[in-house]
Structures are given as C-alpha cells and as structure tokens.
Design a binder for this molecule. Structure first.
Ligand code: SF4
Length: 204
C-alpha cells in the first residue's frame, strides 16, 4: 500500500521523507576520505540482531582490523550502549574513529567488517546503518513507527555535488541497502512512486 501525504511517502507503513527522492547523493571518497568512519559523537548505530552477529563473526573479522581497533574492541566489547543516542553502536577509538575502521590501499577509511566480507571471511557485509547512510532508519516497534530520513551532514557536501552532477537520487544510491533491509518489492514501490509523482526512476 502506498500513500503520499505532504512531503512524506508511506509504503508498507514506513514513513519515507521525499528528500530521498528529491535530493541527490553519490559518495565521493576522493574528497571525504571516508570521514563518516571517524567523525560524529557516537559509533555507528547497531540493530539488536546485529549484536549477536558481531559476536559470531569477530574471530573471522579480527585479522582485518588495525591493532588499536582490536585493543578497544577487546577491552570495551564489540558494541556499546550510547545513552544519549538511545541505541547500541560500534565502540570508538580515543580519537573518535570507529573501532572497526581500517584503511584501503589509498589511505581511505574502510570498514574492517566489509573488508572481511569482500575477502569471503564472513557473509555479513557491514552494519545496516552504515550501508544505508545517508539514509537513517528510525524504528519504535512498540508504537508501530518506522521512518526513513535523509541525514544531511556537512562532511558529505562533496557527495551532494557529485550526486547532482550524476543525477542520482538518494534512494537509488542506497538501493542495495534498502533491498537488503526491506526487500525488492519495497524498493520497487519506492521507485514507482518516484517515477509517478516526481518524474524520477531507477533506470537499471
Ligand atoms: S557518507 Fe559522507 S563521509 Fe561517508 S563516505 Fe559517503 S560522502 Fe564520505
């Protein structure tokens, strides 16, 4: 079921900001160097089911991490509770970077879990919140509330410029993550809404 009210779409009872359709975004790693891995006050948000997953895959992910990250994860734990953010998240190094952060050959920040996944060591790609970024999912199961919002962050300004240049709406940029979390049928409904009401569509 799909409804459009003001600047919010509703698909399968999920409230979706129309900024996901109206704004453009493509990460420009050469410009930002993966700054979202070390900026911010809290670690990457983690879903409850992901906590056990991190416990299960840690031995296989450990060889891909940097020594400082391993030290923090083995001292603080594989995830921590952030009171102000009201969620579990990845632990942080002293300098504020995510404890799972590593670097690629170019010196650009790269998730150590994703590195392990690409090497075939684990099947879990990375936390869904990182995969979805710059889209943030907010869920309050007790109230039956689910929403998807576009998180604007100045460190991503180069991604906004590149997205405009390439004409890629936010929802298309995070297609794989949306399909991973909500399924292809949900994505196709979102794409149809973009096409019918906003004149945009995923050409893939
Ligand atoms: S989300 Fe923002 S900071 Fe992170 S890689 Fe993309 S553009 Fe860079």
């Amino acid at each position: 079921m799909r409804q459009i009210i003001a600047e919010v779409l509703i698909i399968d009872d999920i409230l979706i900001s129309d900024a996901l359709i109206q704004e453009q975004f493509v990460c420009n790693l050469n410009a930002c160097l993966g700054a979202c891995c070390w900026e911010g006050d809290w670690g990457a948000p983690l879903e409850k089911e992901e906590l056990q997953t991190l416990e299960d895959i840690y031995p296989a992910v450990r060889p891909f991490l940097i020594p400082e990250g391993i030290a923090v994860l083995e001292e603080k734990g594989l995830y921590v509770w952030y009171e102000e953010a009201d969620n579990y998240g990845t632990p942080l190094l002293e300098n504020g970077a995510c404890a799972y952060l590593t670097y690629d050959k170019r010196g650009i920040a790269k998730c150590g879990i994703e590195k392990a996944s690409e090497a075939g060591a684990v099947s879990f790609q990375k936390p869904i919140s990182c995969h979805l970024y710059p889209v943030r999912a907010k869920e309050e199961p007790a109230a039956g509330f689910r929403a998807l919002n576009y998180d604007r962050w100045d460190i991503c300004s180069a991604a906004c410029s590149l997205g405009r240049e390439l004409q890629v709406p936010v929802y298309q940029f995070v297609k794989d993550a949306l399909v991973r979390k909500y399924g292809m049928a949900f994505y196709e409904q979102l794409d149809a809404a973009a096409r019918e009401h906003y004149g945009k569509a995923d050409e893939e």
